[in-house]
Design a protein around this ligand. Structure first.
Ligand code: HBI
Ligand code: FE
Length: 294
């Protein structure tokens, strides 16, 4: 059987068609499930130093702003001094929750992404951002994905929520409701706040890997903060290139897991074809923690 080149056998770059920007990852040499080996030898000394700079800057902000479960998870991973080797982190995660990190070239299609999560695998973009992207980058890189997403994968309840989120993927695709399900990921996994006895704390990867949004999301009077409401979130649009106008606040990871265990089909049916709620809006029916200043 003639040898097909890796380009022919591997799925083509999934996003060429529908993103405004060409993705930067190397999608040529992937396995069929979009995974690759983490090419640790490719990281330069500058990139290792960039990791240490970003780690130091973000971890200093965490006390008083990040959920305790996040801080505990990060400490367990012990990754301050160098870009993490996924094999090392996987030994820790295997013991804590049975989750595994798999390297991918960057964003992958929803289907494979959901499939990995449903099997307790987190697809992690392996490349490191450039020196000119320290504060903002368009696609997730190893710092966003590892520093932002991995610490909570050692928390059994949140990790189970992530698995359950992945399991719900095919149903969303079946109902053409990927955009609705993506909003839940965005407002919770990327930008979620949690109530604690000491006040609100951030647990979302997008805010905790961002210099300014960690503090802004917890203490700025500008944004709305609204109590967790699944159907409300599934129907609320979001912005990708600015701080959030509204943050949603869960009572606990147990509450999040319980509420998201239900069948989303009725929400997909009710939300189909409807205009989403504007990110700045506060509804009469909202559990308002604070109304923002817009
Ligand atoms: N791919 N590698 C990667 N990382 C993500 O966070 C990611 C993705 N593909 C799709 C996606 N996120 C979102 O559409 C989720 O809401 C599904
Ligand atoms: Fe993310």
């Amino acid at each position: 059987m003639e040898q097909t080149s890796s380009a022919e056998s591997a799925p083509q770059n999934p996003f060429e068609a529908n993103t405004s920007h060409a993705l930067r990852g190397d999608y040529e040499n992937m396995r069929a499930d979009y995974t690759v080996e983490q090419p640790y030898h490719l990281y330069t000394e500058e990139e290792q130093a960039r990791w240490r700079f970003l780690y130091e800057r973000q971890s200093k902000l965490l006390p008083g702003y990040a959920a305790k479960e996040f801080i505990d998870g990060l400490e367990k991973l012990d990754v301050a001094n160098a870009i993490p080797r996924l094999d090392d982190a996987n030994e820790i995660l295997a013991k804590a929750t049975g989750w595994e990190l798999v390297a991918v070239p960057g964003l992958i299609p929803d289907g494979p992404f959901f499939e990995h999560l449903a099997n307790k695998r987190f697809p992690l973009s392996w490349w490191m951002r450039g020196a000119d992207e320290l504060d903002y980058l368009v696609e997730p890189d190893v710092f966003h994905d590892f520093f932002g997403h991995v610490p909570l994968l050692s928390n059994p309840v949140f990790a189970d929520y992530m698995r359950q989120y992945g399991e719900g993927g095919p149903k969303a695709i079946e109902h053409g409701a990927q955009d609705m399900l993506a909003r839940l990921y965005w407002y919770i996994v990327e930008f979620g706040l949690i109530k604690t006895d000491d006040g609100l704390r951030a647990f979302g990867a997008g805010m905790l890997s961002s210099k300014d949004e960690t503090i802004y999301s917890v203490e700025s009077p500008k944004p709305n903060r609204v109590g967790f409401d699944l159907e409300r979130i599934l129907n609320t649009a979001y912005m990708v290139d600015d701080f959030q106008k509204t943050y949603f606040v869960i009572d606990s990871f147990e509450q999040l897991f319980e509420i998201c265990s239900q069948d989303f089909t009725p929400f997909y049916k009710r939300g189909a074809g409807k205009e989403p709620i504007d990110p700045e809006t506060v509804l009469e029916t909202d559990i308002v923690i604070n109304k923002g200043q817009f």
